[in-house]
Design a protein around this ligand. Structure first.
Ligand code: RIB
Length: 308
């Protein structure tokens, strides 16, 4: 049986900038860094799954500029199949990632070649998408590309709608699981026309209430990630809390993508959403312990932190 994971999504070059603290509006600060590292939510998820041994295929696009090489370096090293990655005239997607001393980041993304991953681009690789065991989607390519990939997928669909963009409800309702953080969960509920105000930021049960509401809206399963606080996994009418290992966070950039990639890899191997999410939380925690997105991801040789 196929265990192929097809990631349809963004590929970026991440310009990394370190600052003591984030600037105020209108303020100029001195920073450090300046490296260009591979990133993009789609590519990060593909790299994370492949570094952990997954059979991963990337559907996406880079530009014909020098950043394309930097953006795909780890995908190549990790053995991700890039036969379905287009090279598009113009710039590769670029993210300006500013990380402060506490490891908190601000990111501005310029779509570049990712904007060409529309329905017709996905249609051109229909066979690889439709035969995958797991298709993984995020919100950094055009809506039409996401919707077409969701329609074509016959395997399990992992939807990490980050950032939340306006997509057809069928994409969210076909997700199994939908992976979102608390802010994204509230926005997805709005997208589905459900009331989120009972759930958003009001009390400590807010996240659980959002998962329950997403399940009631018809989403088959939900993983709500809460960073160092762990995750909630909702399936059927059940919501289970998962702890995250405690680590010294240096840079959280791409940790959520490491989580999604690891989750997809375990789902492709036939694990349950709950078990896969437990593993993914350990991979996400590992990814916080060094700088950048993909360069901080574990391989099969690395020891993952454990929940004490
Ligand atoms: O999730 C982190 C990623 O978001 C970065 O790698 C950046 O490219 C943006 O897409």
């Amino acid at each position: 049986m196929s265990q192929a994971i097809v990631v349809v999504g963004s590929i970026n070059a991440d310009l990394m900038i370190q600052v003591e603290r984030h600037p105020l509006p209108g303020e100029t600060l001195h920073g450090g860094g300046g490296e260009i590292l591979p990133g993009g939510k789609g590519a990060n998820q593909a790299a994370a799954a492949a570094l952990l041994g997954g059979d991963v295929h990337m559907v996406g696009a880079v530009g014909d500029d020098p950043n394309a090489q930097a953006a795909t370096a780890i995908l190549r090293e990790a053995g991700v199949n890039l036969d379905h990655m287009r090279v598009q005239p113009g710039p590769t997607g670029l993210a300006v990632v500013v990380v402060d001393e506490r490891g908190e980041n601000n990111i501005i993304v310029i779509g570049g070649a990712n904007e060409s991953v529309t329905a017709s681009t996905v249609e051109a690789v229909a066979e690889v998408v439709s035969t995958a065991a797991v298709v993984v989607l995020q919100g950094e390519i055009p809506r039409s590309g996401i919707e077409r990939a969701a329609e074509l997928g016959t395997g399990r669909l992992v939807v990490n709608l980050a950032p939340v963009i306006d997509v057809d409800h069928s994409v969210v309702l076909k997700a199994d699981p939908l992976v979102v953080n608390e802010h994204e969960a509230a926005l997805v509920l709005q997208l589905l026309g459900r009331t989120a105000e009972t759930a958003v930021g009001v009390n400590s049960g807010a996240e659980k209430a959002m998962v329950e509401e997403l399940l009631r809206a018809g989403v088959a399963s939900v993983v709500l990630t809460m960073g160092a606080e762990g995750a909630l996994v909702g399936e059927g009418a059940m919501v289970t809390g998962l702890a995250s290992p405690k680590v010294n966070a240096v840079d959280t950039t791409g940790a959520g993508d490491a989580f999604v990639g690891a989750l997809a890899m375990k789902l492709a191997q036939g694990e349950s959403v709950l078990d896969a999410a437990g593993f993914a939380a350990r991979v996400g925690a590992y990814a916080c312990t060094s700088s950048g997105a993909q360069p901080s991801y574990p391989t099969l040789d690395d020891e993952l932190p454990k929940v004490e």
